[in-house]
Structures are given as structure tokens and as C-alpha cells.
Design a protein around this ligand. Structure first.
Ligand code: ADP
Ligand code: MG
Length: 251
């Protein structure tokens, strides 16, 4: 069964057709990778799922409800969480506070600064935020200031901020970009654990080691259009995919 159904999405930026009649079905409980050369439209597509961009045409349906024309926080409340291409964290706050903010917003349905400050005194929320940090391997750094973290740790923190919201669908835009091989492997393990809990994931990823370690299904985007789709073993040898990647990443 599809949890996310994307039909006939078009998106134009001036003279550039960034997305061209994109259709996508994301099956519940799977890890679905979206790959493709730089500028293919991958981030634009994800932005259309979370209310950051409005497609010119088409529909995006999650869990039977349209995600178009509603606010990003409503999309979040519906059970969709996203890790951005550039980590979006509160650099001046501690790691614990960074996770408390979405934990509180999830529980109370809205973010209010006063409410969040009082949340900082609630044992149950603090424990939960601490568990999430431990889950992503940052338990020992809960009291540190987030802005000082390494890039890999910032990404892990962002994952904890997503997981505390207990999403049904997690969207990840290049989660291992800029990470060392060791951090990348830790992130693969973490994503496998998240997937085993039943969270559906859509992952945009450049690193083919990550893609082939995780993906149940792959869609290949090139120049705004889906040029191939299928099981990893079928995508690997696909000629159109090889062509789209010529001079770029290798499959
Ligand atoms: P990818 O994530 O696959 O690398 P993007 O979705 O970021 O690609 O971009 C697809 C194309 O759309 C690129 O040519 C990019 O320059 C262009 N683009 C993306 N966002 C905007 C925007 N806000 N305004 C104008 N052009 C954009
Ligand atoms: Mg991108």
C-alpha cells in the first residue's frame, strides 16, 4: 500500500522545467531512494512534499490526505518529518534543548517559546529527548552547544529532532553528505534501525554505497523526470541510468 502518492507534479522556475510530470508511489514501510545527477530536481521534489514549494500542477497525497495548500507544521503534525540538505538546528542551544523543542511541539500541537521553557522542567519530555539523543549516538553530548558539533553530529542531532516527533514518513536529503566513511556507516546502521521500527523513508542520496545498503526501491531522476524505477539490482545495470550519470557518480 502506498503511504505517499505523487501524481503528475510539474514545477517551473522561470524558463527552467525543474520537475516534469513526476509520478511516485512510496510503499508503506519501505526505504525508497531517489537518485540522480546534480540539479536533477531531487531537492525540489522533496520541497513539494513538505510545503516549502508549491508545485504548478499535480497532487501529493499522504495517508489519504492532500499535503498541498497546508502549512509545513500541519504536514509535520500529519506524521511527515524531514532532514534538510543543510542541517537546520538551533546553534546557540544545547543538544537537549534542540530535541525538546520538537518534542514539545509534537505533544502540544504548536510551538510556543514559553511552553518550551516549561517543557524544559518536565521530566517525561526530558527523558524522551535524552533517549532520542542516545539513540543517535549523542547521549554523552546532551549538554553541549549544538553549533559546535561536527557536520556528522549535526546531522545526527537533526535525526533525533525528527525521531522524537515519531514520524510515519521520514524524508532525508543527502543524509551522509560530507561525512567520513565511519560516520556514513553509523548513519546507515541508524537508518536501518529506524526502518525496522516501521518508519517509511524517502532518501535522496549521492553515495551509492548508502543507496545499495538501504534501498528497497530506487527512482532515478534526471532533468526533472523519472527516467527509471525499480529494485536496486535492476537499476544498477540500467542503460539510461548509466547515461544520466556519465561524467558524474558511478553506479
Ligand atoms: P538536486 O537536488 O537534484 O541537485 P534541485 O532540486 O536543487 O536539484 O534543483 C533542480 C534545478 O532547479 C536546478 O537547475 C536548480 O538550479 C533549480 N532550482 C532549484 N531551486 C530553485 C529556485 N528556488 N529558483 C530557481 N531555480 C531553482
Ligand atoms: Mg539537492
Amino acid at each position: 500500500m502506498s503511504i505517499l502518492s505523487v501524481k503528475d507534479i510539474n514545477k517551473r522556475f522561470g524558463g527552467l522545467q525543474a520537475l516534469n510530470a513526476v509520478n511516485l508511489e512510496i510503499e508503506q514501510g519501505t526505504v525508497h531512494a531517489i537518485i540522480g545527477p546534480n540539479g536533477a530536481g531531487k531537492s525540489t521534489l522533496l520541497n513539494c512534499f513538505v510545503g516549502r514549494l508549491e508545485p504548478d500542477t499535480g497532487t501529493v497525497t499522504f495517508d489519504g490526505k492532500s499535503l498541498l495548500g497546508i502549512q509545513p507544521h500541519e504536514i509535520n503534525q500529519a506524521g511527515v518529518a524531514r532532514v534538510f540538505q543543510t542541517p537546520e538546528i538551533f546553534g546557540d542551544l544545547t543538544l537537549l534543548d534542540n530535541v525538546l523543542i520538537p518534542a514539545f511541539a509534537k505533544r502540544d500541537g504548536a510551538f510556543r517559546l514559553n511552553g518550551w521553557r516549561s517543557a524544559g522542567r518536565e521530566r517525561a519530555l526530558i527523558d524522551r529527548a535524552g533517549e532520542m539523543l542516545a539513540d543517535v549516538g549523542l547521549g554523552a553530548k546532551a549538554g553541549e552547544i549544538a553549533g559546535q558539533l561536527s557536520r556528522g553530529d549535526k546531522r545526527r542531532l537533526e535525526l533525533a529532532m525528527c525521531l522524537v516527533q515519531e514520524p510515519k514518513l521520514l524524508l532525508l536529503d543527502e543524509p551522509t553528505a560530507g561525512m567520513s566513511r565511519g560516520d556514513t556507516n553509523n548513519t546507515i546502521d541508524l537508518m536501518k534501525r529506524i526502518s525496522e521500527r516501521g518508519v517509511t523513508m524517502v532518501v535522496i542520496e549521492h553515495d551509492m554505497h548508502v543507496v545499495f545498503s538501504l534501498a528497497d526501491k530506487i527512482s532515478v531522476l534526471a532533468q526533472g523526470a523519472v527516467i527509471a524505477e525499480g529494485l536496486p539490482e535492476n537499476i544498477k545495470g540500467n542503460e539510461r541510468v548509466q547515461e544520466a550519470y556519465l561524467g558524474g557518480a558511478h553506479l
